[in-house]
Design a protein around this ligand. Structure first.
Ligand SMILES: [Zn+2]
Length: 112
């Protein structure tokens, strides 16, 4: 049961990890350019989801991260895969292409 979602969850967690790693790198660059290297960097990597770190990444990356977190929460709640606008199933093909999509194709196109 729910094996198709296991794959999607794995993909989402991987994407999330990549985004957080990217955020940590940007954060490290900011620290380096504005002062001495932070000794607690390793600890900060663990706590990467705080606003101070995420401030170093772009708005698009932040939104992507938020969408991934929401999709993961929906997977836990069993509401994953349904359009947040019209409530219809989004469709396996679209979920495969964009695992954290929360709009069906019709609503996404209507929203522009
Ligand atoms: Zn819809």
């Amino acid at each position: 049961m729910a094996t198709e979602f296991d794959e999607i969850r794995r993909k989402l967690l991987q994407q999330k990890q990549e985004l957080l790693t990217r955020a940590a790198k940007v954060h490290a660059d900011i620290i380096r350019s504005s002062g001495p290297l932070d000794k607690d960097f390793a600890e900060q990597v663990v706590q990467m989801e705080n606003d101070a770190v995420l401030a170093g990444i772009g708005e698009a990356t932040k939104q992507e991260l938020a969408q991934i977190n929401r999709a993961l929460a929906q997977l836990d709640q069993g509401t994953y895969g349904h359009c947040s606008s019209c409530g219809q199933p989004i469709g396996a093909r679209r979920m495969q292409a964009l695992a954290y999509s929360d709009l069906c194709i019709a609503c996404a196109e209507a929203a522009g």
